[in-house]
Design a protein around this ligand. Structure first.
Ligand SMILES: Cc1cc2nc3c(=O)[nH]c(=O)nc-3n(C[C@H](O)[C@H](O)[C@H](O)COP(=O)(O)OP(=O)(O)OC[C@H]3O[C@@H](n4cnc5c(N)ncnc54)[C@H](O)[C@@H]3O)c2cc1C
Length: 473
């Protein structure tokens, strides 16, 4: 019987060949393909802020085997999505492939797939690409848009929570500008140019500011037919102020800067429906538009298989002070997806922001190591470092723990805070370069309309046409 080591028949005249054959084989590297099965197996679903920060810290402990499951093959940075959707930066500046991140990490594996169900009795999860078993399961799937039961809004508006959605929105904005140039009636032109943003929180404010910048700095130069682009942006909120979770200083500054840029701010009115290209408001008014952007509410992603008593407000998974899901010993939930009411400073749960997810991920890594050591676990306590929002290109507001700042200084701090956490040297350099370039030229060059889905439809259509013509022939 021959095996990989039974190469004696090659010795003598082919011995040099054998040497060459053996040089590239690095036994250390080969260990990576075979994982010891006495490791503690942790399956982490969701490679967002929570999941990635947990993994970064836990992977250093070789007692653990970690499998990350994510429906995408990349981690991305949601706070900058609005700059992708307004064509100011590329998606690659704010995203990074998981497999690149896991290079040379022996105890890390990536499984691309979407979670379908947790079978907690068997300690397995089902994904659309296979079944995985676990010793410990960590859920960090984040949230999705909440349309509050408005079916038309769900089907026809543009949410902006993922890279795919940001790119769809970018295409829509650019295509509508092209169509507006060719519009034959004033009504059609208005409908194409009007953009209604529902939701005056940080995402809505940042989007409105960036679209106004697009009008002031780019449309003016590139679309001479639309000198009035910036006056077509409507920001609608059901509450009495913009940026409701932030300070009065931040709220007033946002209102002042956006109004000066020409954004039409409509407060105390909820969007109720979206029918035949008309946004219907609760006060009976309507706005004609082809583009309703939904930035108005979130709901935690559903995890089938968890019992109803483990689910709380906003579909968030109820967890104890160690982020352990209620009624479970080996299932944890982190970040936006969980609701933790044990932190004395946040009795109604934490805000759904990046820092909570990061800090919970880091603490759970420590606690999992403590479980392995049979030590005492540490409860989670959120260290609130403040909140920020960018209002326009060089203007931001920041609520720090002791005071608030606004303007260019706040923007500069915001810039650093948003570049530093980006994973990967290349992303940081790329992003810093994009911003520097748009800073000095006021003219980023990313306004390409690339439509892979449209091309696919065209190909299918063409195939259909050619088979019909063959049939005819
Ligand atoms: C547009 C926008 C702007 C924001 N701006 C800010 C800001 O300025 N500052 C701030 O602090 N916070 C901001 N946030 C909130 C912040 O992004 C979240 O609080 C943070 O991302 C939560 O981290 P997480 O790990 O819980 O979830 P996420 O970061 O949402 O990660 C969830 C992960 O789960 C994966 N996933 C989802 N469904 C499945 C599935 N079925 N199967 C497998 N994987 C799945 C996703 O691909 C993703 O990788 C913003 C959010 C958005 C959408």
């Amino acid at each position: 019987m021959s095996s990989w080591c039974d190469l004696s028949y090659l010795i003598n005249d082919q011995s040099i060949f054998i040497v060459i054959l053996f040089i590239p084989i690095n036994p250390e590297k080969n260990k990576r393909s075979v994982m010891a099965n006495n490791l503690i197996k942790v399956v982490v679903v969701g490679g967002g802020f929570a999941g990635i920060n947990l993994i970064k810290s836990l992977a250093k402990d070789k007692r653990f085997q970690i499998i990350l499951v994510d429906k995408n093959n990349y981690h991305f940075f949601p706070p900058l999505l609005y700059q992708v959707s307004t064509a100011f930066i590329e998606p690659s500046s704010i995203s990074y492939p998981f497999r690149r991140l896991f290079q040379e990490k022996e105890n890390l594996r990536f499984h691309m797939g979407s979670l379908l169900k947790v079978n907690h009795q068997e300690n397995t999860i089902e994904t659309d690409t296979g079944v995985l078993s676990y010793d410990y399961l960590v859920l960090g799937l984040g949230t999705e848009s909440n349309f509050f039961g408005m079916q038309n809004v769900k089907e026809k508006s543009w949410p902006m929570k993922t890279i795919d959605e940001a790119l769809n929105l970018r295409n829509t904005i650019l295509i509508n500008m092209e169509k507006a140039v060719r519009a034959e009636t004033i009504e059609e032109r208005e409908r194409l140019l009007n953009i209604v943003i529902a939701g005056g929180g940080p995402t809505g404010v940042e989007l409105a500011g960036m679209l106004a910048e697009l009008g002031a700095n780019i449309a003016r130069k590139e679309y001479p037919e639309i000198p009035d682009y910036g006056t077509h942006i409507y920001l609608v909120d059901a509450g009495p102020v913009l940026l409701s979770p932030m300070s009065k200083t931040a709220q007033n500054e946002a209102t002042k800067v956006l109004s000066n840029l020409g954004v039409k701010i409509i407060l105390n009115v909820a969007v109720k429906d979206y029918v035949d290209g008309k946004v219907m408001m609760a006060d009976g008014n309507t706005i004609e538009t082809c583009t309703l952007i939904w930035a108005s509410g979130v709901i935690a992603r559903e995890v089938p298989g968890l019992p109803a008593e483990s689910i709380g407000r906003g579909r968030r998974i109820l967890v104890d002070e160690y982020n352990r899901v209620q009624n479970f010993n080996n299932v944890f939930a982190l970040g936006d997806q969980c609701l933790q009411t044990t932190d004395p400073k946040f009795p109604n749960g934490h805000p759904q922001v990046a820092q909570v997810a990061i800090q919970q991920g880091e603490l759970l890594a420590k606690n999992l190591k403590k479980i392995a050591d049979k030590g005492d676990l540490k409860p989670f306590s959120y260290n609130d470092k403040g909140s920020m929002a960018i209002i326009s290109k060089y203007n931001a507001v920041a609520d720090l723990p002791k005071f608030s700042i606004k303007g260019f200084v706040a923007w500069f701090i915001w810039l650093f805070i948003h570049v530093i956490p980006l994973i990967g040297f290349r992303s940081k350099v790329e992003l810093a370069f994009s911003w520097f370039f748009s800073f000095i030229t006021n003219d980023p060059t990313l306004r390409l309309i690339i439509r892979p889905e449209a091309n696919k439809q065209l190909r299918v259509q063409r195939q259909g046409e050619s088979s019909t013509s063959q049939e005819r022939a």
